[in-house]
Design a protein around this ligand. Structure first.
Ligand code: ZN
Length: 242
């Protein structure tokens, strides 16, 4: 039995699958991983991405923050890939109960997923810091310079910046989903980023599958498939064979 057949067997015998996805899920839709080391950042920007995408930088260098954010973070033309589509299909079929993601691009919802737990927030939610008025991502993309609310307040994307803590109710939902899952599929991440990495400890089910392009190191998995998350998941059949 090969790895795909083993994964198919686990999917077929599970009723409460949770998928935990990292940056690799989005990079297959052409979205750059802003956490990865990329020489271009250092040629074009005066600061490293971790500094630009930090709370302190947002408060003190707002024009530079939004220049980088529009250029490197917002990717409104990106489309869901085979991984997003298969996960939506698995949820529709009643197999998959939640997608927990470290990505902020909304592509799981664009593919049709309903229960998406966004650990780092979403570019699609933006709010005025003064009056609370909400704005979509297109407003941020189309605003020249620093996006401003009609009330004069600054508009902040509801994405978790460096130095900011994750939203407690969101973590709670993730832990609750993991605690009752029977199969956990981790894809497109090495799980190196804490605290997301620690969330996996909440999983009590019997099978842990990891799909990633790079080897795992010490992470214990029942099944590790090295490869593209989209390619691997597209080989899985949602409806069990009769
Ligand atoms: Zn306002």
């Amino acid at each position: 039995m090969n790895d795909i057949e083993r994964l198919q067997g686990l999917v077929d015998s599970s009723k409460n699958i949770v998928f935990f996805g990292g940056a690799g899920v989005s990079t297959e839709s052409g979205i750059p991983d802003f956490r990865s080391k990329d020489g271009l950042y250092h040629q074009k920007y005066a600061y490293p991405p971790e500094q630009i995408l930090s709370h302190d930088f947002f408060m003190t260098h707002r024009a530079e923050f939004f220049a980088f954010y529009r250029d490197r973070v917002l990717a409104l033309d990106a489309q869901p890939n085979a991984a997003h589509r298969k996960l939506a299909e698995l949820e529709w079929a009643g197999k998959l109960k939640a997608v927990i993601t470290q990505n902020i691009d909304g592509l799981h919802q664009a593919a049709g997923s309903k229960n998406v737990i966004e650990l780092h927030g979403s570019v699609h939610r933006n709010r005025c810091l003064k009056c609370g008025k909400r704005f979509d991502a297109r407003f941020i993309a189309d605003s020249p310079g620093v996006p401003a609310c009609p009330c004069g307040g600054a508009v902040k994307p509801e994405v978790v910046l460096y130095e900011e803590s994750l939203d407690a109710p969101v973590i709670e939902r993730a832990i609750e989903s993991l605690a009752v899952a029977d199969l956990l599929i981790i894809g497109g991440t090495s799980l190196a980023v804490y605290p997301a990495a620690g969330l996996v400890d909440a999983f009590r089910g019997s099978h842990l599958v990891v799909i990633n392009r790079t080897p795992l190191g010490s992470q214990q998995a029942d099944l590790f498939i090295q490869g593209s998350i989209g390619e691997v998941l597209s080989k899985i059949h949602t409806i069990e064979k009769y």
